[in-house]
Design a protein around this ligand. Structure first.
Ligand code: ARG
Length: 481
């Protein structure tokens, strides 16, 4: 619902002769632009997807121009109506794009002028393409943030659904990919919810900087035309008007921020994908993935491969490259607009499209995946997941932590050598290393018991996890309203 994505079409340079005279900046030029230069400098091949926001920005600008008396009400109405027509044409793919008109802004303005003559020629009063591009990008980014946020919410819902369903399953949790301590599976699912929550918060914060209007900063210094910047900001739903025209016309911080936020979303998705690739292996066998989300091998008939997960992990590299590209792009630019900035869109669109493509798959994959409980349970008591619980048992009986750590370490070493578990040790054997141990020790030994004794806030034990589930269920229900 949020963003109307592109009417992206390839550039049709054949048609250049028909519109070549319409160059908006042609006044001081005698010779024509070299065709190779047009091809090199064009951005229409990738900025056509700004058409929708460009029209919205121009309509607001025209309304403001009428309000301050720079154009008449009838001129305003003609411009607004014709811009609607043009948007329709572009959406339907009826507008030919041409590199001689460089970008989407010039295409729309030249079509307007073609239709309305002098009235069309007034639209760009008190405006430059520099503030126009920046306005378009901000409107686009604002909608993109909303779109990504919706997808993250859907993702969170899927994880919460799994958390609710898997409350009885105990999982080994890993550090260094080594068995560490037992948690409820719900705790695992909700850990991802938290990561996506921070991603959503970062986007909401980024939006504050995005939603400041550059429109009216004109080329870089503002204008002598009595424009009303508050009015265009209001019409376009911006919360504020940028205070400094020089700053805002060179500002792409908001794109760096947005694409950084996307990078971190990608990083979260990538770590999740990596983990599931491991869990899906025969060696782990923790997970069953739906057939619809796995692929086969062209030579090995037995194979079921987690290609989708691998590509989610792989595409993360692109998004991270995009944020790097943006940072490098801006680092050498003197104030204010420099043509380098035209390249900003490529990085942002790529990062946005990539993250959207990934997020569109995640909820269905999460909901379709099944923890392989029999397999998980068959090895749940391997790896001394109860060692920390035993150490804490000793601490609660007055043993200093470091001493308890050493004692249990020795016991683990001994059990490991004998191929048994801590719970297999007799009380006499346990007492021989520490006579504070009683037979209630067996209520903390064993992985399930070691999970049950976890009680701190935010832990992977029953009470804390139920609290988290209640929190997330209420939160996501509230977001439905
Ligand atoms: N196509 C350009 C861009 O996307 C438009 C801005 C051009 N401004 C200029 N002063 N040449 O950045």
């Amino acid at each position: 619902a949020a963003v109307r994505i592109p009417f992206q079409r390839s550039v049709q340079s054949r048609e250049r002769t028909t519109i070549v005279a319409a160059k908006a900046w042609g006044g001081r030029f005698e010779g024509q632009t070299d065709e190779r230069v047009e091809k090199f400098t064009e951005s229409i091949s990738f900025d056509a997807r700004l058409a929708d926001v460009d029209v919205a920005g121009s309509q607001a600008h025209a309304r403001m121009l009428a309000k301050v008396g720079m154009i008449s009400e009838s001129e305003r109405d003609q411009i607004v109506a014709e811009l609607d027509n043009i948007r329709g044409e572009i959406e339907r793919g009826e507008m030919p794009f041409n590199t001689s008109l460089e970008d989407i802004h010039m295409h729309i303005e030249s079509r307007l002028t073609e239709r309305l003559g002098d009235t069309g020629r007034k639209l760009h009063t008190g405006r430059s393409r520099n503030d126009q591009v920046s306005t378009d990008l901000k409107l686009y980014t604002r909608a993109a943030i909303e779109h990504v946020d919706e997808l993250l919410l859907e993702t969170q819902k899927a994880f919460v659904e799994k958390a609710v369903a898997d409350q009885k399953i105990v999982l080994p949790a890993f550090t260094h990919l080594q068995r560490a301590m037992p948690v409820l599976a719900s705790h695992y699912w909700l850990a991802y919810c938290e990561k996506f929550e921070r991603d959503r918060q970062r986007l909401a914060d980024c939006r504050k900087r995005v939603n400041v209007s550059p429109l009216g900063s004109a080329a870089l210094a503002g204008t002598s035309i009595p424009i009303d910047r508050q009015e265009t900001a209001r019409l376009l739903g911006f919360d504020e008007v940028a205070r400094n025209s020089l700053d805002v016309s060179s500002d792409r911080d908001f794109l760096c921020e947005f694409v950084f936020d996307l990078s971190l979303i990608s990083a979260h998705l990538s770590t999740w994908a990596e983990e599931w690739i491991i869990w899906f292996s025969t060696e782990f066998g923790f997970l069953k993935l739906p057939d619809a989300f796995t692929t086969g091998s062209s030579i090995m008939p037995q194979k079921k491969n987690p290609d989708v997960l691998e590509l989610i992990r792989g595409k993360t590299a692109r998004v991270m490259a995009d944020v790097t590209q943006l940072l490098i792009l801006i680092k050498g630019l003197p104030m204010a607009y420099n043509r380098d900035l035209q390249e900003d869109k490529l990085a942002m669109f790529d990062a946005y499209d990539t993250v959207v493509a990934c997020l569109e798959l995640v909820p269905a994959m999460v909901l379709g995946a099944e923890l392989q409980v029999d397999r998980i349970n068959s090895k749940i008591d391997d790896g001394f997941l109860d060692a920390t619980a035993l150490m804490e048992y000793l601490i609660k009986r007055g043993v200093p932590m470091r001493t308890g750590h050493e004692t249990v370490g020795k016991l683990v070493g001994e059990c490991d050598g004998r191929g048994i578990r801590l719970g297999d040790l007799t009380l006499a054997e346990l007492k021989s290393v520490c006579d504070l141990i009683d037979d209630d020790v067996y209520s903390v030994l064993g992985t399930v018991n070691a999970n049950a004794v976890l009680q701190s806030y935010g832990s992977g034990g029953r009470a804390a996890v139920e609290e988290q589930i209640a929190y997330w269920t209420a939160r996501l229900d509230a977001s439905e309203q």
